[in-house]
Design a protein around this ligand. Structure first.
Ligand code: TYM
Length: 333
């Protein structure tokens, strides 16, 4: 079977970008025949971004409840929390020793920090932890430990998956063919969902629309999406319109074509936003009820995660033993 795997960092509240870029495609893939799916909460990755334990715990519950509300079937898939699988950190070390430092120097997230520091006249590595630098290796371990072939993600993660391939190749070259080479699975139309201000929707830009907010709040947020100042009756450009791109991520091609026609016909921005709100709410409302229910019962979520960890370790433990042997370490036990 085809192995599909993806994770979400537990440092914030899941937003529409996470949903269209990762959650929805992975849940859909998990329902196809002959696939084995792995969805997890990347809480080790969260420590790179925040030092606030309460935030990590809150986000872990929110993201877990999101996965389940969005239709993940815990019986069919392997659904777990990264930090419940110690083999991931163990593999991270084996991979670290196979990773060129130069490869990590080229990582976008790290380079962005260097650029920011240069612009601010600070020391190059000011505020850069070794955790941030090593981020791609931890992510490679997530993927390679389960020999995932397909990784559904948004465009911002492509480089990390290419690095996982490079790291896997180096390991295979040195120690024999242990790892499959993973590939990013990206839906072009949703690869970079814009946020409220038109830039990529991202926690770090504070421009997100959370996936599960009450209906009225969702509407209010959508009404705040940036538009140009064209008046009702004036034709509108779909090109470069964040509103249009978000609509497209939720609509069928026919609905999108009709929306483009409404733009050409000079729909008022307020009406266009109302249509976007209704389209998103139609998809999300049924899930929102499940989400709210789960958020009120964290113990149910926790039980699923613990059962998932047992399933994940049934795969991870023997594979990690094989890898220890491959590199010349003594077996555990
Ligand atoms: P994270 O938590 O930043 O984002 C989770 C997923 O959501 C996607 N995404 C978007 N997609 C489209 N448009 C957007 N505006 C948008 N914003 C976020 C991301 O591309 C991602 O797929 N390092 C990862 C988590 C991770 C992981 C992994 C993923 C850890 N280990 C192994 C895959 C496989 C991250 O921080 O994603």
């Amino acid at each position: 079977p085809l192995r599909v795997l993806t994770g979400i960092t537990t440092s914030g509240t899941p937003h529409l970008g996470n949903y269209v870029g990762a959650v929805r495609p992975t849940v859909r893939a998990s329902r196809l025949p002959n696939t084995e799916s792995f969805m997890f909460l990347a809480d080790y990755h969260a420590l790179i971004k925040t030092g606030d334990p309460a935030r990590v715990q809150r986000s872990t519950l929110e993201i877990a409840a999101t996965w389940i509300a969005c239709g993940l079937d815990p019986e069919q898939v392997t659904f777990y929390r990264q930090s419940d699988i110690p083999e991931i950190t163990e593999l991270t070390w084996l991979l670290t020793c196979m990773t060129g430092k130069g490869l990590l120097n080229r990582a976008h997230a790290y380079k962005a920090m260097l650029d920011r520091n240069a612009a601010a006249g600070a020391e190059p590595d000011e505020g850069v932890t070794a955790g941030l630098f090593m981020y791609p290796v931890l992510m490679a371990a997530d993927i390679l430990l389960f020999n995932a072939q397909q990784v559904p993600v948004g465009r911002d993660q492509i480089q990390h998956i290419e690095m996982a391939r490079d790291i896997a190749s180096s390991f295979n070259h040195q120690y024999g063919e242990h790892f499959m080479l993973p590939e990013a699975a990206i839906e072009e139309s949703v690869a970079t969902l814009p946020g409220l201000d038109g830039r990529k929707m991202s926690k770090s830009y504070d421009n997100t629309i959370p996936l599960f907010v009450p209906r009225e709040q969702l509407k209010k947020l959508i009404m705040g999406i940036v538009t140009d100042s064209r008046a009702p009756g004036e034709p509108k450009d779909t090109e470069g319109s964040a509103l249009f791109q978000i609509y497209q991520a939720f609509a069928t091609p026919e609905e999108t074509a009709a929306f483009a026609q409404a733009y050409a016909d000079g729909i008022a921005w307020g009406d266009a936003k109302q249509r976007l709100f209704e389209r998103i709410d139609a998809e999300i409302a049924p899930m929102r009820a499940t989400y709210d229910e789960l958020m009120a019962h964290p113990e149910r979520v926790e039980a699923l995660l613990q059962a998932g960890a047992v399933k994940a370790r049934a795969i991870a433990t023997p594979f990690a033993a094989r890898l220890r042997h491959a590199v010349g370490l003594r077996p555990l036990q």
